[in-house]
Ligand binder design. Structure first.
Ligand code: PMP
Length: 406
């Protein structure tokens, strides 16, 4: 276990990128984290020495690829502390995982008049699948409001939660504001009325420890690419009894036991939900991303990210005209802000010219932006390889933006 920022930086080749004579400052980690060398090597190694389709082959390469693919499932099981590898479904990412649950659990078990509870902090991928379900089967979507700091108003949650509530789907950590939601409380209260709970863990997984059994989450979704792994793969954790009770999602190869024209029987878990050739290379390389993350001293990492957050928040507040959006009680290292008189996109473009990558816009959370009455924000989101010097560069860049545009 170690935590040394310059050692960590050396593991990420992309951080040496030069833009307009300056070394890249990458503050768009909430959109996707960068990938350590071990992940790049795993991708190359897979195609160079293991490439084969998995599960059905009896030859050497097929067995090697299958073993590596299934090894990632075991790593994810350990990472989430799931009780069985059968509870780990490979998907294409958080969006796909949520759609899977809405389309299978939702269509099979939720009916007209049942209420689904989400929050005002949700990413579009935890809004739209539920809206689509409501349109199809007459469920009713309810929204937990937030206060001006970006915290959920729990008294309102308590009021919205009734015996009509059959499903609650909330984000663990807001991608736009960094708010950490009290998901333990939400899950406990939801279970008291008999509702099932999905937690969107896309942002939480790289910042806070996740233990699905301790949380008692029914479903937990995440994306590998936000956790130092490749794009195009993600996870749906689901409690085994629920996954067993749900109909399959996509139909095709891999997810069947036997097919005749009269009837098809489905494969056991987890394969019932994994139709077609999966994203083999990226799943295999995800294991290396998890190993990288696992190698970091978590206590030191959390302290360091908190230090970056506090430093960035204080420095940003000192810049005239900047207002931070979202100062929740518990936050991860994400800071969203607006500057009086300047559109977030213009800030992003001018920072880009100085080699600084931030995200601007609505961050796929339009209802959240509507809540704050703004078109969008500038978002800087930090990872273990970021430094205070990079934050200083951001502040200097913002001063330049002010001089240039105001
Ligand atoms: N939920 C949250 C909170 C997110 O931040 C994101 C990605 N920005 C998603 C869901 C969707 O993840 P993906 O695009 O990897 O499916």
């Amino acid at each position: 276990m170690s935590f040394n920022v310059s050692d960590i930086r050396k593991q990420f080749p992309i951080l040496d990128t030069q833009i307009a004579g300056k070394t890249l400052v990458y503050f768009d980690n909430a959109a996707t984290t960068q990938k350590p060398r071990v992940v790049l090597d795993a991708l190359e190694d897979y195609y160079a020495s293991s490439n084969a389709n998995i599960h059905r082959g009896i030859h050497y390469l097929a067995e090697k690829a299958t073993a590596a693919f299934e090894a990632t499932r075991k790593s994810v099981q350990k990472f989430l502390n799931a009780s069985s590898h059968e509870e780990i479904i490979f998907t294409y990412g958080t969006t796909d995982s949520i759609n899977l649950v809405a389309r299978t659990y939702g269509e099979a078990f939720l009916k007209a008049g049942d209420e689904i509870l989400i929050s005002n902090l949700e990413h579009h991928s935890n809004i739209v699948p539920w809206q689509m379900l409501c349109e199809k089967n007459g469920c009713v979507l309810k929204v937990i409001p937030i206060d001006d700091h970006g915290d959920l108003i729990l008294e309102e949650f308590d009021k919205l939660l009734t015996e009509k509530t059959k499903f609650v789907s909330v984000v663990h950590v807001s991608n736009a504001l960094g708010t950490i939601n009290p998901v333990e409380y939400i899950i406990k209260k939801a279970h008291e009325v008999g509702a099932k709970v999905l937690i969107d863990g896309a942002q939480a997984s790289s910042h806070i420890p996740v233990d699905v059994q301790a949380l008692d989450a029914d479903f937990y979704a995440l994306s590998a690419h936000k956790l130092f792994g490749p794009t195009g793969t993600g996870i749906l954790y689901g409690k085994k009894d629920l996954l067993l009770s749900m109909p399959p999602y996509r139909g095709g190869g891999e997810m069947i036991k036997e097919v005749t024209f009269e009837k098809t029987t489905y494969a056991d878990l987890p394969y019932k939900f994994e139709a077609g050739t999966p994203n083999i290379a990226d799943v295999i390389a995800f294991k290396s991303g998890l190993e990288f993350f696992d190698s970091l001293d978590k206590e030191a990492l959390h302290a360091y990210e908190e230090e970056l957050l506090q430093y960035a928040t204080a420095q940003l507040k000192a810049v005239e005209g900047i207002r931070i959006i979202g100062e929740a009680k518990r936050k991860v290292s994400v800071v969203s802000f607006v500057m009086d008189g300047v559109h977030p996109q213009d800030i992003g473009i001018l920072l880009d010219q100085q080699g600084i990558a931030v995200r601007t816009g609505h961050h796929c959370t339009q209802p959240l932006m509507q809540r704050f009455n703004i078109p969008g924000t500038v978002r800087a989101s930090f990872a273990p390889y970021n430094t205070k010097e990079e934050i200083d560069a951001l502040i200097a860049g913002l001063q330049k933006v002010r001089r240039f545009l105001l």
